[in-house]
Design a protein around this ligand. Structure first.
Ligand SMILES: Nc1ncnc2c1ncn2[C@@H]1O[C@H](COP(=O)(O)OP(=O)(O)O)[C@@H](O)[C@H]1O
Ligand SMILES: N[C@@H](CCOP(=O)(O)O)C(=O)O
Length: 300
């Protein structure tokens, strides 16, 4: 029987994510306890979008809205008919700051599509990761948004795959968010197509070390979060971010650029003096939990 829309109202929640984690460019990611909540309704008539919080008054409110596009991609991939869509978005994830807002929007739309379907298995996690990777161009935000916790991704002829990385109990991350935005596409344009073998080898060693560090060897976090592939090459488009990362690392904090920047992720709770000094220089200091569960459909 053909796949149909059988639920006309679905609420989904999706976490922020920090990708790369230093050496794991386009591979590693971590889900953070900062959530977007989106209600999707199938309606008769034209689509409309209401946005509260981050992105309100800035993102489109018609068919070009990213969540609408993702719902449509999900319905199409499942072979289901399209419908008018009404969205209510309550957004907590800052846009254009390297905290995976676009991946969260895409995963939210795909998951909402799953929640509407007569055969939700037509959009299983692997299919959602593949579709989200088509939207994003890289899987390292979508994977932790879907699965929660820390993830690693790789791709083969079948498409992208994701696995959870074991996480110790004690991680208390700090996220520093600047006022300025930087689009991921602009940050990707700063990168070369080829890198020296010695730099690739450096990152392979540190990314492997990071798997140990995350699993319960926090004393390894500082060396394990060093990167030579992408962060310094992006300094031209986010100089204050690289300055903050360098200063924090010199003081012993395991700090990295969050995703494509310009936020900073520190794998520990910063002390109050350091936090206050950063706040005074315009950084918003957040202490999200690690989101150990990923995106979910909340039945309405
Ligand atoms: N919840 C959302 N609803 C609609 N569009 C969104 C949403 N989140 C992100 N976007 C779109 O994605 C852009 C940010 O994506 P990107 O440059 O990849 O940054 P990041 O994903 O790091 O926040 C926003 O400017 C907006 O166009
Ligand atoms: N690996 C990507 C990660 C982008 O993350 P975002 O949160 O900035 O979208 C990259 O470094 O370009």
């Amino acid at each position: 029987m053909a796949v149909r829309i059988v639920r006309d109202r679905v609420l989904v929640r999706v976490p922020a994510t920090s990708a790369n984690l230093g050496p794991g460019f386009d591979v590693l990611g971590l889900a953070l306890g900062l959530w977007d909540e989106i209600t999707v309704r199938a309606i008769a008539g034209e689509s409309l979008v209401h946005v509260d919080g981050e992105g309100a008054g800035q993102v489109p409110t018609d068919e070009s809205h990213l969540v609408v596009r993702a719902v449509r991609a999900g319905l199409e991939a499942a072979g289901a008919p399209q419908a008018g869509l009404e969205l209510h978005c309550r957004n907590a994830i800052p846009h254009g700051r390297g905290l995976g807002s676009s991946a969260a929007a895409v995963v939210a739309g795909l998951l909402a599509a799953r929640g509407m379907l007569s055969e939700p298995e037509a959009l299983d996690d692997a299919r959602i990761l593949a579709l989200a990777t088509e939207f994003e161009g890289h899987p390292d935000n979508a994977a932790p948004a879907i699965h929660g916790g820390a993830t690693l991704t790789w791709s083969d002829s079948e498409g992208p795959h994701a696995e959870r990385v074991p996480l110790g109990e004690s991680m208390r991350p700090t996220v520093l968010v600047p006022g300025e935005r930087l689009s991921t596409s602009a940050a990707r344009q700063a990168l070369p197509t080829h890198v020296p073998l010695v730099e690739a080898t450096f990152n392979i060693s540190r990314a492997a070390l990071l798997i140990l560090a995350l699993g319960g060897r926090p004393e390894l976090l500082l060396p394990a979060t060093a990167d030579r592939l992408h962060q310094s090459r992006r300094a031209g488009v986010m100089a204050p971010t690289l300055e903050a990362v360098t200063a924090l690392r010199e003081a012993g904090w395991p700090a990295v650029v969050s995703g494509a920047g310009p936020s900073v992720l520190v794998f520990e709770a910063l002390d109050s003096a350091t936090s206050e000094a950063l706040s005074a220089r315009g950084w918003r200091v957040l202490h999200p939990d690690v989101a150990r569960r990923g995106a979910e459909i909340v039945t309405l």
